[in-house]
Design a protein around this ligand. Structure first.
Ligand SMILES: Nc1ncnc2c1ncn2[C@@H]1O[C@H](COP(=O)(O)OP(=O)(O)OP(=O)(O)O)[C@@H](O)[C@H]1O
Length: 583
């Protein structure tokens, strides 16, 4: 119960703005329950005065009243249920948006620890489970409680002594719910975990379909899915079995109660202390009383099941972003592009070994700094620190002399363009893919960027030109062509600082050569930090930094470092030969 309270306290504030509607829904529910109560009393009147006496004249009055009450009940029922669905869906939308917003701000290591499919499940299944608790749960409880009170009051009004006898059996429902709730919660928790695992396996397998097919891993992947599906089957069958057991037990208790009422009623009628109409109405009230009492019991089960979802969402919401906005960010200024790392040491969270040690570097506006070194040297980490995915453990990074933590994250990231190693393609047209660099860019801007990135001619050669649909892993364009689209996208951004992370990764020598000129266009006028193993562009660099084991081991121009004959000189020999470059 403590978990339910904690989950409720955490998510109830999200109903702010809709609480007025919740009151209206509850009012509708109360009126609907009252209408139901009135119709049963009218039914008793009809039975005793019209049916038993065979009097048509006694029929019209109660019949008219019953019809009016039924119409009223139908209207408020319709209104209440429609409003309840609308409010519940708004809650789901708000909760999902909130969790998604939080999730997007979490650091890369969070996504390395959580499988994507599992996160998808949390944003869908778990979000809905919480709605079941917070909105539908509240409306359900209030409506069940009111209905139970009205029907119980009506039964007491008809025959208080008989009513008390049947009420004695009511605690059996609650007892049953209590016994079942713990086990149902465990089953539903297992089911959600298995749901997430299934989504993950499907997503990972389809995401790596080339590997799956080329390495004949279809059977292995099917087995992986089957393993997760079996865990899901076990959990969901266990959950369904427990719920069914509970339902059937309650059914038997209900029958016991109804039989008790009829038995006592027969005895009372034979003694002349009760009419048939009263007995029928009384039995109806008792019959109507059970569903709300039952749903109050079941509500307990829904609540405990929903806490499983709440715990899983809590894990996301409790994860903290690695960096946050300062309370009073430095006001925006026209950034020139001075970049400086002062004595930076950095450990990834949860690791003992520093990825960077006492590293310093500066880049003046418009300069090209090439960062190279063996794999794992810490090159990409530099990019993550400059874009503030993480803050350094010690030392300061400045943009135009201002430490990065003094800037708002949006301002900083708008001033830096990152061209990551992976060619990131969005689901959409070529035009949309390029325009993602600057939302609202005009067609002329897009075309200019594409020309500059040497993409315009191959795009216009496509039957649908800029309106060609592409997607991640698309076969319509080559790797080099896709890379040029991402360069065009970066070109649209007006950021004065550029980070290129292995811009030629995954391209053959010819494709790599084709992007040299577009890259030069992109770098022109921007402070560029180029992280690369491919030293094709190194001779252009104002400075080359060689990292090893997180330390800066060499620094200088291409000629200086070649003459020095150290790590750079040996890397330059093994790197692909510099092609004849235009321009
Ligand atoms: N998210 C992370 N959590 C923990 N350690 C990490 C993480 N990312 C990188 N590292 C570690 O930090 C060190 C530097 O990694 P980094 O990716 O910066 O190297 P790199 O020089 O860019 O390598 P490559 O050339 O292979 O891309 C490596 O030892 C790596 O294992």
């Amino acid at each position: 119960m403590r978990e339910v309270r904690a989950a409720f306290r955490r998510f109830w504030p999200l109903t702010r703005g809709d609480r007025g509607w919740l009151v209206v829904i509850v009012a509708c529910v109360v009126v609907a329950a009252l209408a139901e109560t009135a119709s049963i009393l009218l039914f008793a009147e009809l039975t005793d005065n019209a049916l038993k006496a065979g009097s048509l004249s006694a029929f019209w009055g109660p019949a008219g009243g019953w019809l009016a009450v039924a119409v009223l009940g139908a209207l408020v029922g319709y209104l209440g249920n429609s409003l309840a669905t609308w409010t519940a869906e708004r809650f789901v939308r708000r909760l999902r948006a909130g969790v998604f917003h939080h999730l997007q701000g979490l650091p890369p290591h969070f996504f390395q620890r959580h499988r994507r499919g599992d996160l998808v499940e949390r944003l869908t299944g778990d979000v809905e489970a919480i709605e079941q608790m917070v909105v539908s749960g509240v409306v359900g409880t209030v409506s069940a409680a009111f209905s139970a009170v009205f029907y119980a009051a009506a039964a007491l009004y008809l025959r208080w002594d008989l009513a008390l006898v049947t009420f004695v059996l009511a605690p059996l429902f609650l007892l049953a719910a209590r016994r079942f709730s713990g086990r149902i919660r465990t089953a539903s928790q297992d089911e959600r975990v298995a749901d997430g695992a299934i989504t993950s396996v499907v997503e990972e397998s389809l995401g790596n379909i080339v590997l799956t097919q080329a390495y004949n891993r279809r059977h292995a992947e099917e087995e992986r899915l089957d393993r997760e599906a079996r865990a899901w089957l076990k959990a969901s069958v266990r959950g369904a079995r427990l719920s069914e057991m509970y339902e059937q037990f309650v059914e038997v208790v209900e029958t016991l109660c109804v039989l008790t009422v009829i038995g006592l009623g027969v005895w009372e009628i034979s003694a002349g202390r009760m009419t048939l109409g009263q007995l029928l109405a009384f039995a109806a009230f008792i019959g109507y009383l059970y569903p709300p009492v039952r749903s109050l019991g079941r509500l307990g089960l829904t609540l405990t099941a929903a806490t499983a979802g709440a715990q899983r969402l809590g894990e996301i919401l409790d994860a903290r972003p690695a960096v946050t906005d300062p309370p009073a960010p430095v006001p925006p200024w026209p950034v020139r592009g001075w970049v400086a790392f002062h004595d930076i040491t950095f450990h990834y969270p949860g690791t003992g070994r520093p990825a960077l040690r006492e590293l310093s570097l500066t880049a003046a506006p418009g300069q090209l700094v090439v960062v190279t070194g063996p794999s794992g040297a810490g090159k990409s980490t530099l990019a993550k620190l400059l874009t503030r995915f993480y803050d350094p453990t010690t030392g300061t990074i400045c943009l135009d002399g201002i430490p990065l933590p003094h800037l708002s994250l949006d301002f900083l990231r708008d001033r830096i363009t990152l061209l990551p190693q992976e060619t990131l393609i969005l689901h959409g047209t070529i035009r949309e893919n390029i325009a993602a660099g600057r939302p609202g860019a005009s067609d002329e801007d897009i075309e200019r960027a594409a020309r500059s990135a040497a993409a315009h001619s191959f795009v216009t050669a496509l039957p649908k030109g800029y309106d060609t649909l592409i997607a991640p892993g698309t076969a319509a364009l080559s790797g080099g062509q896709l890379k040029r689209l991402t360069i065009a996208r970066a070109m649209l951004r007006t950021a004065p600082v550029l980070i290129l992370d292995e811009p030629t990764a995954g391209l053959d020598a010819v494709a790599a050569r084709r992007i040299v000129q577009p890259l030069r266009h992109l770098m022109s006028g921007r402070t560029t930090l180029m992280i690369t193993h491919d030293l094709t562009l190194a001779p252009d660099a104002d400075r080359i930094l060689v990292l090893d084991g997180g330390r800066l081991v060499e620094s200088g121009t291409h000629e200086e470092l070649l003459a020095h004959g150290g790590t750079y000189a040996s890397l330059a020999v093994t790197s692909r030969p510099a092609p004849a470059l235009p321009g």
